[in-house]
Design a protein around this ligand. Structure first.
Ligand SMILES: Nc1ncnc2c1ncn2[C@@H]1O[C@H](COP(=O)(O)OP(=O)(O)O)[C@@H](O)[C@H]1O
Ligand SMILES: [Mg+2]
Length: 258
């Protein structure tokens, strides 16, 4: 373990014109830590996640990321090429809708293999073997390797998206409602699988969800957002069992429809 955070977020704000997306967000994320960002629809979760992952430029604030060489880099001062490289290698991004994170018209194997090629693997046999291994880790049968994801069920697509993201051994994974679009029965299995992988790989992750059960299962720490602001933050069990902010108390007692 290292005694330095992986990500340092400092007074991050994003405005859409005069509308607040998220405002004045600060926190550190530690290696291997899973942070859940919860809140009702429109509270700014996706805006925050997209700014952190540099898919969106913030209006103000700074985020620095500790690179593999140990040096902190300011994400918004990197070149586009550097950011793209990080996104292809060191980071994963799991979208709620798998179609946004997969190439739907290339095979499952190629979806996984492509990420390996992006980190420089050129050996077809290795790539294929690693793809098979990762498909099995996400419980996709080997004989589906040449099928396109458009022939898969929603749950399978989501598992494939996860394999595609994790195959390069990322250090940080961003997830936006990873189980949001799935049937309840499929959600439970996927969550279980995700939890196992995150633990086994020692991944750091930021998981956006409106579902407190997802936060409970996956995260050690959580941040509650409302109207673009953080209203409470703390260890997940503490926040859920003993919420302090009135808004969190409403959220936890499920008086609020989220
Ligand atoms: N592209 C955009 N243009 C203008 N306003 C936006 C845009 N995206 C989000 N917003 C607004 O920012 C606020 C936060 O939205 P969002 O981050 O999508 O919340 P959440 O993911 O928690 O549902 C909402 O008021 C939303 O209407
Ligand atoms: Mg959202």
């Amino acid at each position: 373990m290292t005694d330095e955070p992986l990500l340092r977020v400092n007074s991050l704000s994003k405005f859409y014109g005069s509308r607040v997306g998220c405002e004045n967000i600060s926190f550190d994320l530690w290696p291997g830590e899973v942070l859940a960002v919860v809140g009702e629809s429109g509270s700014g979760k996706t805006t925050l996640l997209n700014c952190l992952s540099t898919r969106l430029m913030p209006t103000s604030g700074a985020v620095s990321y500790r690179m593999r060489d140990g040096v902190f880099r300011d994400l918004y001062r990197m070149s586009e090429a550097e950011r793209r490289f990080l996104m292809r290698t060191d980071w994963g991004f799991v979208h709620q809708n798998p179609a946004d994170g997969l190439r739907m018209t290339v095979s499952a194997g190629a979806n996984v293999g492509e990420r390996l090629m992006a980190v420089g693997d050129r050996h077809y046999g290795n790539i294929r073997a690693t793809a098979v291994d990762w498909l099995s880790r996400v419980e996709i049968a080997e004989d589906r390797i040449d099928d396109e994801p458009r022939a898969f069920s929603g749950g399978m697509r989501q598992r494939l998206q996860i394999a595609r993201n994790l195959v390069t051994g990322p250090r940080l994974v961003f997830m936006d409602e990873p189980t949001g679009g799935l049937d309840v029965s499929v959600q439970a299995r996927l969550l279980d699988l995700l939890r196992g992988l995150v633990t086994d790989l020692g991944l750091a992750a930021i998981v956006v969800t409106h579902d407190l059960a997802v936060a409970r299962l996956l995260s050690q720490r959580m941040m509650v957002m409302k109207d673009g602001h953080v209203v409470e933050t703390g260890l997940t069990d503490r926040v859920l069992d003993d919420p302090r902010a009135p808004y969190t108390q409403l959220l936890v007692s499920s008086i609020l429809q989220v």
